[in-house]
Ligand binder design. Structure first.
Ligand code: ADP
Length: 164
């Protein structure tokens, strides 16, 4: 059984992530979306909120589970009996950082392979950070994120109306 782990901050999950997930489900028997604590990135949503939005977004898509983890990625893979790290690739600027991580993970565990899947062209420039910026300024993010995320972003970022 080919089990792949798709790790990330998912703050929040976007249609770009979901595009990668759907493509990956055609290649692997099981996919685990692994949400990291990523405290250094100061996420907008808590780990629990990010995992819960991801779970709702992937519901009904096939053999995909959402888990959280707070340890070395290769150790998490071993605990899940998974041998593949899945990462999404967008513009070229992703490449250098992803390459570094893949080499590091290979050093840590030569039995684990990193596989990259290119997202659909319409999501090439889509990032969770851009979505949060647009939402904070009151822009419509409906074409970038699943419904559950759109609603959560609105609740979280809506500013209280100033009295006249
Ligand atoms: P991380 O903090 O680990 O980069 P992210 O949640 O930002 O976590 O991204 C998780 C993975 O999904 C990364 O491999 C990233 O390159 C990929 N990714 C993010 N947005 C997109 C997108 N629009 N299309 C394809 N892959 C994406």
């Amino acid at each position: 059984m080919k089990v792949a782990v798709y790790p990330g901050t998912f703050d929040p999950i976007t249609l770009g992530h979901l595009d990668v997930i759907e493509r990956a489900l055609k290649l692997f028997d099981k996919l685990i979306v692994a949400v990291t604590t990523a405290q250094n990135k100061k996420p907008l949503f808590s780990l629990k909120e990010r995992a819960s939005m991801a779970s709702e977004a992937v519901r009904g898509k096939g053999n995909v589970e959402v888990r959280t983890f707070d340890c070395l990625l290769v150790d998490f893979l071993r605990s899940q009996k998974a041998g593949i790290i899945l990462r999404g690739l967008r513009e070229v600027s992703d490449f250098e950082h992803e390459f570094q991580q893949a080499i590091m993970n290979r050093k840590l565990d030569p039995g684990i392979e990193t596989v990259f899947i290119m997202t659909s062209a319409k999501y090439f420039y889509l990032t969770s950070s851009a979505v949060k910026e647009v939402a904070a300024l009151g822009g419509d993010v409906g074409c970038f994120v699943p419904k559950v995320v759109e609603k959560k972003l609105r609740e979280r970022l809506e500013k209280p109306k100033k009295p006249n």
